[in-house]
Design a protein around this ligand. Sequence first.
Ligand SMILES: C[S@@+](CC[C@H](N)C(=O)[O-])C[C@H]1O[C@@H](n2cnc3c(N)ncnc32)[C@H](O)[C@@H]1O
Length: 258
Amino acid sequence: MPSWDPDIYARYKGYRDRPALDLLLQIPADLDPKVIWDLGCGAGEQAALLARRHPQAEVFGLDSSPGMLASAAKRPEKVTWLRGDIAGFDPPRAPDLIFTNAALQWVPDHAALFPRLAACLAPGGVFACQMPTAFETRHHQILRQVAEEGPWAAATADARLIQPTPSLSDYYGWLATGCALVDIWTTTYLHVLEGKDPVVDWMMGTALRPYLDRLPEGALRDDFLAEFTRRIAEAFPPGADGATLFPFPRLFMVARRR
Ligand SMILES: C[S@@+](CC[C@H](N)C(=O)[O-])C[C@H]1O[C@@H](n2cnc3c(N)ncnc32)[C@H](O)[C@@H]1O
């Protein structure tokens, strides 16, 4: 489980917010949820938004990171913030809405997890999920290559938490057994990043965290970051206008229980 820093994650906020908002827009407008869970709620932005949108609902935000939850708890909205692992999610009352943005890619065994999440919904309840499909991207390929090749390989061997993305038809099958409506789509956002080494900076908030967690401050960590930065700079050079183009694919799904 990587450590999370709400301040680092909040950099590039506009780009990180956009898919969550795109997902929220696809939640059926007739849904009148009484129980809402945000799984991997992070600093609680979307759980708070859902609480404002559905003031009659009981809203829960679940996350494993104390730092993220401490940030979430400062919000004024009435949300119950809980520390726990999504892998063991077992709500006492059937949720009418499970919302989960940019979190389930960290949780293993989707073949078991997704049918279980769909099955725990109340009748007519909605599962709304967005995940980056990071494994296949160029920046993740470079991260794996650099991690496997250097003297840091042993220390980072168990940091490779992101798994290959199952096929869209797999997700359809896992959700369709219990759900009447299953809507699955992908979007690639072209992020236009500014500044020096912006792709590395972006990854500091997410994908690099499990690796850095395993490398204490010192020469090995510095060398790992230097080599990774060099390889990313080769793959993502800035254009004539100084901007670095960073394509970022994401997978969305909205399913409604029968
Ligand atoms: C990329 S952040 C997204 C946060 C928030 N959903 C958002 O969109 O701003 C991923 C969050 O998932 C949480 N997370 C990752 N794996 C988890 C797990 N197995 N159980 C609970 N939370 C988890 C992390 O602590 C982190 O806060």
